[in-house]
Ligand binder design. Sequence first.
Ligand code: SF4
Ligand code: SF4
Length: 376
Amino acid sequence: MKTKVSIVGCVDYDIGRVKEAVRKAVSLIGGWEGVVDRGNRVLVKPNMLSARPPEDGVTTHPAVVRAVVELVQEAGAEVLIGDSPGGTDRDLIHCWEACGYSEVSKVTGAPLISLDREILEVEVPRGVIYKTLHLSRTVLEVDSLITVPKLKTHNLTLLTGAVKNLLGLIPGGGKIEFHRRCPRPDDLGEAIVDILSVARPKLALMDAVVGMEGDGPVSDQLRDIGVILASRDSVALDTVAQAMIGLKPFDVPTTRAAAERKLGTADLREMELVGRSLGEAEIKDFILPSNAMVRRIPRPILALIARRIMVRPRARADKCTNCSLCMSNCPVDAIYTKEKSVRVDYKKCILCLCCYELCPEKAMDLRKSLLTRFWR
Ligand code: SF4
Ligand code: SF4
């Protein structure tokens, strides 16, 4: 039987329209049966990268989270909303409030759960990078996990979708350790798929009403896409989202690693698209991250021009407040201050983009060489 992926139109974040779109998207893939049973405890995991307001487009929109929560409650389950944001800024209450999830919790009664608490060690039987992982008891004990990502580009992994959203299941600074241990995107993809192998969502529901293009995951380039996607297979959902924006299945390391380990399908021929067709949902002029183009250069040519191609972080003196958040989150201690300004040691930098993701002032820019800009 083919894996169903639904694409349903949704023009804005009006809660009534979002709820109808989510209801239809789930119904088209077979409904809640097998995802949520009456009396279950269900963890809804949005992408709460950091304390950003919904209009920044960095985090899953609260209207989508609320719609999922309310529909799961209507199906008779108890819902928890849980996440662990990136970085060492552990003011979780501030994150919940800024992202609009405190309000969702107030309206729906679903509690907000920190995934940084009650940590247990779990074996990863076929782990490629990790043989054991530390995860919150909540993640391991709920009956059902629902990943609710936002469609966004990511300069390192090219897409941050349903599977990459699972990195937020890793408590606190453990996420920085992932980057330290896996500086190459392919290894990071394998490490995130290690999480998928022990915490497999029963449903993936993507907020692609407004997506992010360009150099995500904190780009200013937001794009009206106008759809909600759903699938019981997180890998299939990411594959369809990729196809919509012009990425091939194996361009994205998490999708490739997960498909190779048979934790989902990345083959469009094995999928049944319901709702809108791929042709209708495709965005022909979607702006991919700079590194997407770099990855497509044949290796021998890349070796010749590598020095002239670069995309790297640089702190903007006019915006930087010297808060030091980037320094405390850099996995390889590549950030330092000199004459009161924040600098990056490019000999150490592994281009994980944690500093770019987490800077609250958007002061960390991505500097591109002339050739990279020309290519684009
Ligand atoms: S670049 Fe951003 S995170 Fe780093 S010190 Fe400046 S304001 Fe803080
Ligand atoms: S400087 Fe930024 S991009 Fe480079 S390793 Fe540190 S956090 Fe990652």
